[in-house]
Write a protein of this length. Structure first.
Length: 278
């Protein structure tokens, strides 16, 4: 005769709340026997096997409905199909988690190390990027300079969906670098993504997305404070220093915010920037 166990025993053994076991029973995922006289539910080895299968499926992120169907109602071919679908979903989630981990890890390292580059002039190759602008200084606008927010929303939607692989980025058009008034220098804010990732997120160059090729550049970090100090800080700490050291700027500088802090009502912002040179 099969050994039988009460629901409380199984709850303690597997550290599963009694309410959860009863819920699984209501959903017909498990089918313990019931004593008509006492009303007690009894679990035998077969029922425990179903419960273990259910726990594994739930840990693999199958829904309750899928779990019930796989355990009770499906052919082997159908079960394989369910696992194929789940595998695709989990791979997508892994990609998303990898992108999140890369973003967090990269941001942490940059925040820890940016002081080594603050004010330094380092020759390198800038990264290959695809850039999309959505703001000129403080004015929201599409890549075609329309201020229609509905059109802008359509442009930005795929970039927002690509976060955190897409990164907020500033871009200073090369022709504007010698603007008569530094404070009136036009510059853009937008998103950029590594060129090798652009096709994965359907953000290839074109349709307002601009390609930024890898070229010889100067890399440095500069500091700005409260609102309105960005462009002057760039000129004072980056542009002037590069020119004084004899480099010839040949393209549009671009970069990203590394960190922003606020203490005693004082903002400190730190930006990394790449400046193309001959």
């Amino acid at each position: 005769m099969n050994k039988k166990y009460k629901i409380g025993d199984i709850s303690k053994l597997l550290n599963i709340p009694v309410q959860t076991l009863r819920f699984y029973e209501e959903k017909k995922i498990i089918s313990p026997s019931k004593d008509d006289k006492s009303g007690y539910r009894y679990y035998d080895a077969w029922t425990i096997n179903d419960l273990m299968d259910a726990l594994i499926l739930r840990k693999c992120d199958f829904s309750l409905q899928q779990t019930e169907s796989i355990i009770k109602n499906q052919s082997l071919d159908n079960v394989c199909e369910e696992f194929d679908k789940k595998e695709e979903i989990l791979l997508d989630k892994m990609d998303t988690l990898r992108a999140m981990l890369d973003a967090v890890s990269t941001s942490r390292m940059k925040m820890q190390n940016f002081k080594y580059y603050l004010g330094k002039v380092i020759k390198c190759k800038n990264p290959d990027l695809v850039f999309h602008r959505y703001r000129e200084k403080d004015m929201l606008q599409t890549s075609e300079k329309s201020q229609d927010l509905e059109s802008l929303s359509k442009e930005l939607t795929p970039w927002i969906e690509a976060l955190p692989a897409a990164i907020p980025t500033f871009y200073i058009p090369f022709p504007s670098l010698n603007h008569v008034s530094k404070q009136e220098t036009p510059y853009w804010w937008g998103f950029s993504i590594a060129y090798e990732l652009s096709s994965k997120y359907y953000l290839q160059p074109g349709n307002g997305n601009e390609y930024i090729p890898s070229v010889n550049a100067i890399y440095t970090v500069f500091e700005a404070n409260e609102e309105g100090t960005f462009i002057n800080s760039f000129y004072e700490q980056v542009y002037t220093k590069i020119v004084e050291e004899g480099y010839i700027i040949s393209g549009s500088p671009f970069g990203r915010l590394i960190a922003k802090t606020q203490q005693s009502n004082t903002y400190r912002r730190y930006f990394e920037v790449w400046v193309p040179i001959n």
